[in-house]
Design a protein around this ligand. Structure first.
Ligand code: SF4
Length: 955
């Protein structure tokens, strides 16, 4: 079908060719103008000047003698007026949000030519509204009665009082704002619209209606536009409406709500089109996908199908994003190289990397502490935010310097960084502390300005058009704040930053690509007046199309109806029109929606899609296609040549041979894949700054402190008596020793570091644990320490198909002591653990959630220590520190179930079975027929560092 703009171009070329050059064509948005010009160029038979094409908003702005100030200037002006009138004025940053609502209301009041005095009248006596002097008709009176009647009913509440306070201020603010702006030659758009509509004759010289006006493609008209259009109609203007008989002929169809009136009030020219596109056959598909990003991922498939292959010219294809936040996932999913893509939409600035940078800078400044001796101290998380930001290469000449600081932070576990660390890095202009009265906006602008300059430099190819556009937007808006008549620096730093955040978070970056070539990527508003053969519409969910809420307003619903201001129903009708109009001339339409019910997302498809089914009888194909995210990718590694080489490194006797630890063997038994990732692929945990001591550090500190204390306590023979333990417990030594270990381990030896916040609580718990171990040991003293934190290793020969394969196992035993003539191998456990286990083979059960890992490890230590104490009985003991608080805790391991469990007094009685199971496990590690695959049960994945890699996160 012929695009609507092409029909208009053909009409104009045929009937208006002679007058076209002087003509003015008004359309709803500028973007459509580019397409109209192209069609006119195609249709015109001879060379001539193009008509002047612009949006109605541009036209009115052009006619107005008043200039539009930036919104932030309006907010500041409004705030000043409010501050002078309110009894208890709110601070500016709180008022900013209200101001945006008020300005939107004032704008609508003026565009809809509402009598502001009548609207804002505070109705004390409802009879007043029936007085002829009130100038209200019956319909208005009914709505006003409806609102004020129910409002005044019942008790006075806080909300009602608050509403009345604002309501009584609104007329004063409305009038004062208009007066002040007018006195300065300024106006917000609504003021310009009202001035024009109420004084059309006086504008006639500027409008020059005789030049010939064409008005095309409008839908909902405000009152000022209606007056302007009537005026132009009287002077011969021609009208073209883009509609379909299906919804315009059905009084109940909201999509035709405005066009039914427009078609009557402004009769259209005869274009020769039948306006029945919706009744024609189309290939419409409805595709439900389980997630937002999956809709984007599905696009290459839709573009590559059959005759619609991506190899063809995609100029007649549009991807429409009802949710503009999907721009990035979509751009990343499209086949970039072979496809030309034009983006025309407003992208939310808050979703951009540039906004992330500003937010990071604000956070950095707000969290900076002033320490007298060291100057400013920056919080590590804020520093990391900036040094890991995607824009770091644009912020300093040598990004390696930034990375070096990150490394130093991790190595030295720096939680608070003094400013001196940045000296000579080129980052001093960012990492400087601002005072409360400094100009925070200038600081932010300086950083983003530097960013933009680097992006513009010829060497920089990393910055995308989106990066440049978003940084530019930031600079424009920060500049607006800096040039305000009232200096922003009169606000505190916190207020300045709050203001910047508020101002920026609602902005959109206007993207306008070369719209004539390639695949079009557009927001729903940008589709007005345009037609495409193939449409792919994303996020056709009811909470997005049309969305659940109307913009916030101080004018209640009933009063909006009374005074002819746009209502929620009007907004829904406008979106219904956008959607149906888009379908009119398309041949193929793919409508995608996210069917996942998650968070605020209902997973409901849009009501407009339901209407397609039930009201219009269009044949909508449901391919029944559901994509499911792969539950687990089946990540598994066989014994490749490379892997065999890696395993070979465990052969004992080789150069730099590796050894296996009890933790590695436990990891293998828990999950072979995890063993592969950690020990063979070498994917370890990221080394980060740790503000708080983690579980691993907790265990290490208790071990270290115990070693220090008992090393200092034992006599020359290694004996520790009960008396010595008593004295130790009552002294400050445990605390001093633990503190020293804490400083060494967590703060990497920084003597001035302080144990604060949650670390203080953790410190107290650790100290309590240490005291409990001492107390427990007092009951068994005297005993002789044979070794503390003692590393041992032992060789074991494995019989593999390829011959003997010796490996070496090593481990650090927490403590070996002799008490009451019994040799004990003790392992401290600061986490949860049990002393009981079913039998030896249960300790080596693969993938078992109930396997006693601590017991396996302790027995393995006994085996390792066994070589040093030939023929001697070895008792395995577990100090589960949390359980020491129980009165009769016995650390000896127990084998068996329930009442049949028996204490293991001598490991040697289990040694044979233990060695057999251990050997079997070790052989399986090197067995080429056993791949390194994932654990079956997902229970082990919950706290696994690799859950993201295995796609088992959140299972
Ligand atoms: S996430 Fe699960 S399957 Fe993956 S390595 Fe960890 S434990 Fe194994």
């Amino acid at each position: 079908m012929r695009p609507f703009l092409k029909s208009i171009a053909a009409y104009l070329a045929r009937f208006e060719a002679e007058t076209l050059s002087g003509m003015k064509i008004l359309i709803p948005n500028r973007r459509a103008g580019v397409f109209l010009r192209r069609h006119l160029a195609e249709e015109m038979k001879k060379t001539g000047w193009m008509p002047d094409i612009c949006s109605v908003d541009e036209f009115i702005d052009e006619l107005s003698p008043f200039r539009r100030p930036p919104e932030v200037e309006l907010v500041f002006t409004l705030y000043r007026l409010y501050e002078a009138r309110a009894t208890n004025p709110e601070p500016l940053e709180t008022f900013y949000f209200w101001a945006e609502i008020m300005l939107r209301d004032f704008d609508e009041i003026d565009k809809y030519l509402v009598d502001a005095g009548a609207l804002f009248r505070n109705i004390v006596d409802l009879r007043e509204i029936e007085e002829p002097t009130a100038g209200l008709d019956e319909r208005q009176i009914a709505f006003i009665r409806q609102f004020w009647g129910s409002f005044l009913e019942g008790d006075e509440t806080r909300e009602k009082t608050r509403f009345l306070e604002i309501w009584t201020l609104l007329p004063q603010l409305y009038q004062a704002l208009r007066d002040e702006l007018e006195s300065k030659g300024l106006a917000y758009p609504g003021m310009q619209y009202r001035a024009l509509a109420e004084g059309l004759e006086s504008f006639s010289a500027k409008i020059r209606p005789e030049r010939g006006f064409v008005l095309a493609g409008f839908n909902a008209l405000n009152a000022a536009e209606q007056r302007l259009f009537s005026y132009l109609k009287e002077h011969g203007a021609r009208f073209f409406w883009d509609y379909d008989l299906q919804y315009c002929g059905d009084e109940g169809d909201e999509a035709g709500r405005f066009l039914r009136k427009n078609l009557q009030a402004f009769k259209p020219e005869e274009l020769g089109d039948d306006f029945q596109g919706l009744s024609k056959e189309k290939q419409i598909r409805l595709i439900e996908l389980p997630g937002d990003v999956l809709q984007a991922k599905f696009l290459p498939r839709l573009l590559g199908e059959g005759a619609w292959s991506a190899e063809r010219d995609c100029t007649d294809t549009a991807i429409v994003l009802c949710d503009e936040d999907l721009l990035m996932p979509v751009l990343m999913s499209l086949p970039g190289e072979e496809l030309e893509v034009n983006v025309t939409m407003g992208y939310p600035l808050r979703s951009s990397a540039a906004f992330g940078l500003i937010d990071g800078l604000i956070q950095l400044q707000l969290n900076t502490r002033q320490a007298d001796s060291e100057g400013p101290l920056f919080y590590y998380a804020d520093v990391e935010n900036i040094l890991r930001h995607f824009y770091l290469p644009f912020l300093l000449d040598d990004p390696a310097k930034g990375r070096a600081i990150l490394k130093r932070m991790a190595d030295e576990n720096l939680v608070l960084l003094s400013g001196s660390i940045f000296e000579g890095s080129g980052l001093e202009y960012i990492f400087r502390a601002l005072g409360d009265r400094d100009n925070g906006v200038s600081y932010l602008k300086e950083v983003v300005q530097r960013c933009l300059s680097s992006m513009k430099s010829s060497e920089s190819e990393q910055a995308t058009a989106l990066d440049r556009a978003s940084v530019l937007q930031l600079i424009v808006h920060l500049n607006q704040l800096l040039v305000l008549p009232e200096p922003v620096s009169r606000l505190t730093l916190q207020m300045q930053f709050n203001l910047v955040r508020k101002m920026l978070s609602g902005l959109r970056i206007p993207f306008e690509g070369e719209p004539l070539q390639g695949l079009q990527l557009m927001g729903i508003l940008e589709t007005r007046l345009l037609d495409f053969r193939h449409l792919i519409v994303l996020s056709m969910n009811d909470d997005i199309m049309p969305g659940r809420s109307a913009p916030q307003s101080y004018v209640p619903y009933a009063l909006r109806l009374a005074f002819g201001m746009p209502s929620r129903e009007d907004r829904e009708a406008i979106y219904a029109y956008y959607f149906k109009r888009l379908l009119q001339r398309a041949e193929r339409v793919d409508l995608l929606f996210n069917g996942k019910n998650e968070g605020l997302h209902s997973g409901e498809m849009s009501r407009y899609l339901h209407q397609l089914f039930y009201r219009h009888g269009l044949q909508v194909e449901r391919p029944g296609m559901k994509l499911k995210a792969a539950f687990a990718p089946g990540l598994s590694f066989g014994h490749s040549e490379r892997l065999v080489q890696k395993l070979e490194r465990y052969r004992d006797g080789g150069e730099d041979a590796r050894m296996l630890s009890p933790s590695a063997i436990n990891t293998y038994l828990d999950c072979r894949l995890k063993f592969y990732l950690r020990y063979l692929a070498g994917i370890g945990e990221a080394r980060d700054v740790k503000e708080e001591l983690d579980a691993q550090g907790f265990g290490t500190l208790v071990h270290d402190a115990m070693k220090q204390l008992y090393d200092g306590l034992k006599d020359e023979q290694g004996v520790i008596t009960a008396e010595a333990l008593h004295q130790l417990k009552d002294s400050d030594l445990p605390e001093k020793s633990l503190r020293a270990c804490f400083i060494d381990l967590h703060f990497k030896g920084r003597k001035n570091a302080r144990i604060e916040g949650r670390n203080r609580l953790i410190f107290k718990v650790m100290l309590r644990y240490i005291q409990k171990i001492i107390e427990h040991d007092t009951g068994r003293a005297p005993f002789r320490i044979l070794a503390l934190e003692h590393t041992v290793e032992r060789r074991i020969g494995l019989e593999l198909p390829g011959g003997e394969f010796p490996v070496r196992i090593y481990g650090t035993i927490d403590r070996i002591d002799r008490t009451g003539g019994i040799l004990r191998v003790i392992d401290y456990k600061t986490g949860k653990a049990k002393t009981g286990f079913k039998d030896v083979s249960s300790l080596f059960e693969q993938d078992s959630a109930t396997r006693n890992k601590a017991a396996m490890q302790t027995l393995l230590y006994c085996w390792l220590a066994g070589e040093d104490y030939p023929g001697e009985a070895i008792a395995p003991g577990l100090y589960v520190v949390g359980d020491l608080f129980g009165a009769s805790y016995d650390p000896l391991l127990k084998e068996g179930k329930g009442r049949n469990a028996v204490q293991v007094h001598d490991f040697r009685e289990l040694e044979e079975k233990f060695l057999e199971s251990l050997t079997k496990t070790l052989v399986s590690i090197f067995d080429p027929t056993v791949p390194f695959g994932p654990v079956e049960s997902t229970q082990a994945c919950r706290y696994c560092d690799y859950a993201g890699l295995c796609r088992r996160e959140g299972l």
